[in-house]
Design a protein around this ligand. Structure first.
Ligand SMILES: C[S@@+](CC[C@H](N)C(=O)[O-])C[C@H]1O[C@@H](n2cnc3c(N)ncnc32)[C@H](O)[C@@H]1O
Length: 313
């Protein structure tokens, strides 16, 4: 005969066994998927990841922009620049821009994620696919807001404030005066350099009910692994960055944009040639060989770019 408490003892023992197996699995890392393990191994052995930690960069992405800047000389030590970093989070590129530009240069990071910017960098949490975001960027650079001190841009401009009149007024000034001409160009095109490392992430579209209206998962930092989808999403963001460049980058300005390569690369390059005198593509050594990402660079922005022509011809 079994003692009375036997079933309780057995179930306790089974429960302990299950717990123990789980702990062992967690310690040995076996509960992670193989791709997670691969990613962790790669990160811990990666030279750039180690170096980023040593140099206090937010991520290894810093070294990609350093290589791009070494080759194309985007940032100037001897001149004030307005620099726009699209998709700045967690902030490694902004750190590089801060480090390599003049101390009076102004840097604005924009990201759809809320993220505290690195020291000496301003930031706006916004979606670049929204036209309103471009207005905020223009106001920020033109009116010299300092978002590090107070969130003045939000307080003064508010979401429904329409400030386009200022641009119209500036245009009606005597354009023959060199000073007025310079002011008009500055307020219309207040940015000297645009860098975009934006990358779309695929939304988890199964296994949950999305009960939100602002789609917080509609921005990602990883590829889906579905090559065509990754490429097309990347082209959308590149086009958004290019529209921002057409609308806000000063003539002569420089542009860098990450692209996840695919069949529409040539079309995008053609659009870039409408906007810039010099166009190049560049894969930094810090960009993993197996990654489909590469960078397009546009130098010497042309004056009077016709947006319609860029996207229709
Ligand atoms: C690869 S990460 C950028 C890394 C960054 N350059 C750095 O050095 O730390 C890509 C970023 O693009 C942002 N992003 C993606 N879609 C966006 C959008 N529509 N508007 C603004 N940012 C976006 C993501 O939130 C993500 O933070």
């Amino acid at each position: 005969m079994f003692p009375l408490g036997y079933p309780l003892l057995v179930s306790r023992a089974i429960f302990r066994g299950v717990l123990l197996r789980r702990c062992v699995r967690l310690q040995s890392g076996k509960s992670r998927s193989s791709s997670q393990n691969k990613w962790l191994d790669r990160q811990s052995n990666d030279h750039y990841t180690k170096e980023a930690k040593l140099q206090d960069f937010k991520s290894r992405a810093a070294f990609k922009l350093i290589e791009i800047d070494d080759k194309f000389q985007l940032f100037k030590r001897n001149q004030h620049q307005s620099i726009l970093d699209l998709g700045f989070a967690p902030g490694a590129w902004s750190q590089v821009a801060r480090m390599r530009s003049n101390e009076n240069s102004v840097i604005l990071g924009v990201d759809i994620l809320a993220c505290k910017p690195p020291k000496g960098v301003n930031s706006i949490q916004a979606n670049i696919l929204s036209k309103k975001t471009q207005e905020y960027i223009r106001w920020f650079f033109r009116d010299n807001f300092n978002l590090n001190r107070v969130d003045t841009l939000d307080k003064v401009k508010g979401f429904l404030h329409d400030d386009d009149n200022n641009i119209t007024n500036n245009n009606s000034q005597d354009a023959t005066s060199p000073e007025n001409f310079e002011n008009t160009v500055r307020s219309r095109y207040p940015v000297d350099v645009i860098v975009s490392d934006m990358y779309d992430i695929s939304s988890p579209n199964t296994g949950y009910w999305n009960n939100l209206t602002n789609m917080p998962y509609y921005r990602l930092a990883n590829t889906t692994g579905i090559k065509i989808k990754d490429h097309e999403q990347s082209i959308d963001l590149c086009d958004a960055a290019l529209v921002t460049a057409i609308d806000l980058l000063k003539p002569g300005g420089a542009f860098v944009c990450k692209i996840y390569t695919g069949k529409s690369d040539a079309d995008f390059k053609r659009r870039l040639r409408h906007v810039f005198n010099k166009v190049a593509s560049f894969k930094p050594l810090a960009s993993r060989q197996e990654s489909k990402e590469t960078y397009f660079v546009g130098l010497q922005k042309k004056a009077n770019v016709d947006k319609l022509k860029v996207f229709t011809e």
